[in-house]
Write a protein that binds this ligand. Structure first.
Ligand SMILES: Nc1ncnc2c1ncn2[C@@H]1O[C@H](COP(=O)(O)OP(=O)(O)OP(=O)(O)O)[C@@H](O)[C@H]1O
Ligand SMILES: [Mg+2]
Length: 467
């Protein structure tokens, strides 16, 4: 049996022993980091409130551009320092300062940079962990900027502001938000949001070269392209007049038709024709980024939001009646103000799936345009456009026009390629009727094979048109 008073006495002695050890070890000196920030702010940083704001990871370059613009202002000077110490990314700014003082855990080190894509073939280095010690007139701020996921969830661009009290932090962040809009890296660019399946990363934003497709190279029934032009480009061109007359600028156009008839081709032409617009392309399940796309378009007008193959989304029903993603898309379209110069361009080859949702929301789409299989004059133009008819006699051209009934625009691009290849293989300098006929036979055979295997009958359309 243990004697209780004896145990208690031992415990007391042991506690006194531990205390003696603790007192014999001197408290660590605060690090240079703590001293440096204290000197800058004119007071102990551990007693300052911190104002925090998170931005998307892909906004790092925008936040950087905003910081640079702010720092370039009159009467603003800055010292940028890095931080070292293990586990620094698990602490917020207040903790970092506290630990620098009490446990000498974090100190001044080198600044971390991350290279970010800011356009096609353009990159810039952005601070991904660094502390800006800012003097703005008589104001003193310490601003920690980093790319982090320490708050849990996705990677984000995080700004923490110390100095000037809570109000100083709010004022600073307000300025940063303004500067982001002014210096936004996406303004006037062509970009896409794509589902991001590679774990933590900068996210789904990609930049693309602005395509260049002449109106003459888009073969559609008479009046079709003109009608689309009027809605998309005409409204942008006459924006002042329309606004003055009290009309809305926001508009929606749906292009529908079978695969390979030129919907994406038309979209590429429109993107190229609207040189100043910020273009955001969402394809299929990329529509989940519709909120981000609308937010971006709101701050960067004139803007064109392209929603390709919306039927893919329309098919994603959770019940037979509701379709969250499609309705989210329509809600977001509703949420854009009418006077914003923002155009929505939707494409689909299943109008029957998309139409019910659109019909329930009248007024979101101003124009629904069919992009059909080409008629005889269309096929004649396509033969010429793709160089097939260049060396054929008039009656030969007519026979090809007749034989190609029921084919798509993309068929002619493929026919041209095959005929050229057959001519090259045969060592013939020019493509003639025999090559075209052989190419037609080949394509007919592969269409029959595809049909008997239950696959779609049209040849595959040229894919990934934006990259
Ligand atoms: N109407 C057309 N005028 C000129 N070229 C066309 C036309 N239609 C198709 N093409 C050619 O075929 C290619 C593929 O067509 P496109 O990608 O535009 O088809 P789509 O209608 O978008 O098909 P999908 O429904 O499968 O997305 C185009 O890049 C272009 O070269
Ligand atoms: Mg397409």
């Amino acid at each position: 049996m243990i004697d209780e008073p004896e145990v208690r006495a031992f415990a007391e002695q042991f506690r006194a022993f531990l205390k003696a050890i603790e007192e014999s070890v001197p408290a660590p000196e605060p690090t240079r980091l703590h001293q440096r920030v204290t000197d800058h702010l004119g007071g102990d940083p551990t007693e300052q409130p911190v104002t925090t704001e998170g931005f998307a990871a892909y906004d790092l370059a925008n936040v950087q551009a905003a910081m640079d613009a702010y720092l370039a202002g009159d009467g603003v000077s800055v010292d940028l320092i890095g931080l070292v110490g293990s586990g620094r990314d698990h602490h917020n700014l207040a903790d970092l300062m506290n630990n620098a003082r009490k446990q000498a855990q974090f100190d001044i080190g080198t600044v971390d940079y991350t290279t970010v894509t800011v356009g096609v073939g353009r990159e810039r280095a952005c601070v991904s962990f660094g502390l800006y010690l800012i003097s703005d007139g008589d104001k003193r701020l310490a601003v920690l900027m980093r790319l982090s996921n320490y708050r849990g969830g996705a990677l984000e661009t995080l700004i923490e502001v110390m100095g000037g009290g809570a109000e100083g932090g709010q004022t600073f962040l307000h300025r940063i938000r303004e500067e982001i809009i002014r210096h936004h890296i996406c303004r006037g660019q062509v970009l896409s949001f794509e589902p991001w399946e590679y774990g933590a990363g900068m996210g789904p934003l990609r930049f693309h070269e602005r395509p260049s497709v002449e109106a003459a190279d888009v073969v559609l029934p008479a009046g079709t392209l003109e009608a689309v032009h009027r809605q998309i480009l005409g409204v942008a061109e006459h924006r002042e007049r329309l606004l003055a007359a009290g009309h809305h600028l926001k508009r929606g156009v749906v292009l529908y038709g079978p695969p390979g008839t030129g919907k994406t081709h038309t979209v590429r032409h429109l993107i190229g024709a609207q040189r100043e617009a910020t273009v955001i392309v969402l394809t299929g399940l990329g529509v989940q980024y519709i909120r981000e796309a609308c937010n971006l378009a709101r701050v960067l007008p004139p803007a064109l939001i392209v929603l390709e193959d919306v039927d893919l989304v329309a098919e994603e029903r959770t019940t037979s009646y509701s379709n969250p993603l499609l309705f989210q898309l329509l809600n977001e379209m509703d949420g854009v103000a009418g006077d914003a110069d923002i155009a929505f361009l939707l494409t689909t080859n299943r109008l029957d799936l998309v139409e019910p949702a659109l019909a329930q929301r009248p007024g979101r789409v101003d124009l629904v345009v069919e992009v059909p299989l080409p008629d005889a004059p269309g096929r004649r133009r396509l033969l010429s456009l793709y160089g097939v008819s260049a060396h054929l006699e008039a009656d030969e051209v007519e026979s090809v026009v007749t034989k190609t009934e029921g084919t798509t625009g993309s068929f002619f691009a493929e026919l041209s390629r095959r005929a050229e290849l057959l001519a090259a293989t045969a060592g013939d300098a020019l493509v003639g009727m025999k090559h075209v006929t052989a190419a037609l036979d080949e394509l007919a055979r592969s269409r029959e094979a595809a049909a008997s295997s239950g696959r779609p009958q049209s040849p595959p359309a040229a894919s990934t048109p934006y990259v």
